[in-house]
Design a protein around this ligand. Structure first.
Ligand code: GLY
Length: 577
C-alpha cells in the first residue's frame, strides 16, 4: 500500500508552510516599508482602547490610562504627544473639536477651533483690485489663526479629568521631545518633501530644516521647553509669558497679525452636542463651527428612507444614492453653515424630515442630477486634508472622539522661532472672497466670511454613536471635505452592509461634494470597470484620486469587548488591554 501520509499530507504541510511564509514575509515587508513600529491595525480587548495616527501617541494614551487616568486624561496625553510625533497635523499650534460621552451618558462637545485674529478683516487676502492673492491664506504668517488646543485641553481637564495634576499628562510628550523618537521611512520622507517650504516660510532655523533619514533619532529640545512651560504654568505657559512672546515675535518678523491680546482672549467653548436618531442609533456629533455633524446627520436622514441593506456594497445603486445625497448636503453646507456665534445656522430646518424630503424630490434613481441644477448658496470647500483623529474608550466606558488640525500638512509651515512648534493655516478655511468665484473657480459665501474672532467653518466630524442607547462606535478621520463622507461610509458599512469594523474602515472609499460635480474613487480601487461605466452612463463623472481619509475607530462588540481599528492608509495604531 502506498504511504498516504507521504503522498498527500507531507506535500500539503509543505505547501501550507510555504504559503504562510510567503504571506507573512510579504506582509512584513509591507509593514516595514510603512513604519519601524510594530503597528497593530486591529485589536480586540476587554477594557480600554486607544487608536491614533501614530504608535507613540497611542502608547501615550495607554500609559495614562494605566496610571488610572480616564479617557479625557488619555486624550490630553495623546493630543500633546501628537504634537511631537506627528507634527504635520498633531499640534499645539492649531485647533480641533472633541465629543465626549461619559459612562453615565453625559454628552458634551468642546470647540477649540482657532479664531481669526482681532485685526483680521473680510478682504485681508485680496489685492487692490479685489482679487484673491494666491497662497496668502495658505502659507506663511498671515495664514495663522489664533491656536485653541492648549486652552481646549486645559478646559477638558478642568471639567472631566481624573488625574489631578494636568502636568502629568504632558509627560509622555515631553519625554518624546527630549529623548527623541526614531523616524520611520514614511515620516522621514514627509519631512523631506516639505524642506523647501520650511525654508521659504520660516524666519529662523529649526529642527525641521534638515534632511531626515529612516531610523534617525529626532529630538525637539525647543518644543520640549515649550511643553514644560505648559506643564508648569498651564494657560500662562502658552498664552502668556515666554511662549506668547516667542509667538508674537515670530508674527512680527514677517506679516503675521496675532498679538498678545489675541492670545489672552482665546477661549475654547463647550457647545451643545448635536444628537440625532438614525433607526435605533443615536449620532452624537459636532455642531457649528463644524459642518461635520449637521452634514453627517442630513446624509443619514436622507438614506434612511432607502432599502440600503438590500443594495450590494459598492453597487451602482449604493454609490448613486450616496453621491446624490452628498451633492445636496454639500450645497446646503455652502449656503447655510458658518460659525454660529456670528451667523444664524438654520440647524432645525436643515435636519427636518420635511426639508430633506423636499431636497430629494428631484432624485432620480437612474440619473445623476447635475450640480448646477441644485439650488445652493456659495461656499468654498477648501479645507486641506491634513488633519488627524483619535478615538479612546477607558475602562469605565467613558468615550472621547477628537479631530484636531493644523489644516494643511505642517499648517502654515511657520515654526515659532525658539518654541519649536508649527502654526496652523486655518485662515484658509474661511471663504477668502465671499460671493464671488475665487481664482480656483470656487465660490464663497457670507456665512463663512472672515471677521475678527470668528471661527472658520470646518468639516471635522468627530462622532460617537449609540445603539439602543448604549455606546456603539467612536469614529472620525482627517480628510478635509472628505471627512464627512468617510465617517458616513464607515458607519453605514457596519450598520447597513453588516461589515466588521476592520472591513468597514479598510474598504475603498468614494466621495462626492456638490462642487466639483464629480464622484472621486480611491485609486487602488475595487470599483470595477463595469460599475464605473454604469455610473458614467447615469451621468456621473468619475475620477480616481489618492487615498481618502484615515479613520481611527472603536466598536463595542455585542459581548462588550472593544474592537479598535486603525486605518490601513497610514501608520495609525490601535492598542488596548
Ligand atoms: N481644516 C480642515 C477642517 O477643519 O475641516
Amino acid at each position: 500500500m502506498p504511504n498516504i501520509k507521504k503522498i498527500y499530507i507531507y506535500p500539503f504541510i509543505l505547501t501550507t508552510i510555504l504559503a504562510s511564509y510567503i504571506i507573512t514575509f510579504s506582509s512584513c515587508k509591507q509593514e516595514q516599508h510603512l513604519s519601524i513600529y510594530d503597528i497593530q491595525k486591529q485589536v480586540i480587548e476587554d477594557s480600554a482602547m486607544v487608536v491614533t495616527a501614530h504608535p507613540l501617541a497611542t502608547k501615550a494614551g495607554i500609559e495614562i490610562l494605566k496610571q488610572g487616568g480616564n479617557a479625557i486624561d488619555a486624550a490630553i496625553a495623546v493630543q500633546f504627544a501628537l504634537t511631537v510625533v506627528y507634527p504635520r497635523a498633531g499640534n499645539i499650534g492649531g485647533g480641533g473639536f472633541m465629543i465626549y460621552r461619559s459612562k453615565d451618558n453625559e454628552v458634551n462637545t468642546l470647540d477649540f477651533r482657532e479664531k481669526a485674529p482681532l485685526s483680521a478683516s473680510k478682504n485681508m487676502y485680496l489685492d487692490s483690485l479685489g482679487n484673491v492673492i494666491e497662497g496668502l491664506s495658505r502659507n506663511g504668517h498671515l495664514a495663522v489663526g489664533v491656536p485653541g488646543v492648549v486652552d481646549g485641553m486645559i478646559k477638558a481637564h478642568q471639567k472631566y479629568g481624573s488625574i489631578k495634576d494636568f502636568g502629568k499628562l504632558l509627560e509622555p510628550a515631553i519625554r518624546y521631545a527630549q529623548e527623541g523618537i526614531i523616524l520611520s521611512e514614511g515620516e522621514a520622507q514627509h519631512y523631506n518633501k516639505y524642506q523647501e517650504d520650511f525654508k521659504k516660510f520660516n524666519t529662523q532655523k529649526n529642527v525641521f530644516y534638515s534632511k531626515k533619514n529612516k531610523g534617525q533619532l529626532f529630538k525637539q529640545p525647543e518644543l520640549a521647553a515649550t511643553l514644560i512651560r505648559i506643564k508648569e504654568k498651564g494657560e500662562a505657559g502658552f498664552y502668556e509669558g515666554t511662549t506668547a512672546d516667542l509667538l508674537v515675535a515670530e508674527m512680527q518678523r514677517s506679516n503675521g497679525i496675532i498679538t498678545h491680546e489675541d492670545l489672552k482672549k482665546y477661549d475654547a467653548v463647550w457647545r451643545t452636542p448635536l444628537q440625532e436618531p438614525y433607526k435605533n442609533y443615536t449620532i452624537i456629533s459636532m455642531p457649528p463651527p463644524s459642518s461635520g455633524g449637521i452634514a453627517l446627520c442630513q446624509l443619514l436622514n436622507i438614506i434612511e428612507e432607502f432599502p440600503l441593506s438590500e443594495y450590494q456594497f459598492h453597487s451602482k445603486e449604493h454609490i448613486h444614492l450616496f453621491a446624490e445625497a452628498e451633492r445636496r448636503v454639500y450645497a446646503d453646507r455652502a449656503t447655510h453653515l458658518g460659525d454660529s456665534d456670528f451667523w444664524t445656522v438654520p440647524k432645525d430646518s436643515l435636519l427636518s424630515d420635511f426639508y430633506l424630503d423636499q431636497r430629494m424630490q428631484s432624485f432620480n434613481p437612474n440619473k445623476a442630477t447635475p450640480s448646477d441644477s441644485i439650488q445652493a448658496g456659495n461656499i468654498v470647500i477648501n479645507e486641506s486634508e491634513e488633519t488627524t483623529h483619535f478615538s479612546i474608550v477607558d475602562v469605565q466606558g467613558n468615550a472621547v472622539s477628537i479631530t484636531t488640525t493644523l489644516n494643511s500638512n505642517y499648517g502654515s509651515k511657520v515654526v515659532v522661532g525658539g518654541a519649536g512648534f508649527f502654526l496652523n493655516n486655518e485662515m484658509d478655511d474661511f471663504s477668502a472672497k465671499p460671493g464671488v468665484p475665487n481664482q480656483f473657480g470656487l465660490v464663497g459665501n457670507e456665512a463663512n466670511a472672515i471677521a475678527p474672532e470668528k471661527r472658520m467653518l470646518s468639516s471635522m466630524t468627530p462622532t460617537i454613536i449609540l445603539k439602543d442607547d448604549q455606546l456603539f462606535m467612536v469614529v472620525g478621520t482627517p480628510g478635509g471635505s472628505t471627512i464627512i463622507t468617510s465617517v458616513f461610509q464607515t458607519f453605514t458599512n457596519v450598520a447597513e452592509f453588516g461589515m466588521n469594523l476592520k472591513d468597514a474602515v479598510h474598504s475603498n472609499r468614494f466621495h462626492a461634494q456638490w462642487l466639483p460635480d464629480q464622484i472621486y474613487i480611491e485609486e487602488e480601487s475595487s470599483f470595477s470597470k463595469e460599475l464605473i461605466n454604469e455610473l458614467k452612463q447615469m451621468g456621473h463623472q468619475i475620477e480616481t484620486r489618492e487615498p481618502i481619509g484615515r479613520v481611527d475607530a472603536i466598536l463595542v462588540l455585542p459581548d462588550g469587548q472593544l474592537e479598535g481599528v486603525a486605518d490601513r492608509r497610514g501608520e495609525d495604531h490601535a492598542e488596548g488591554y
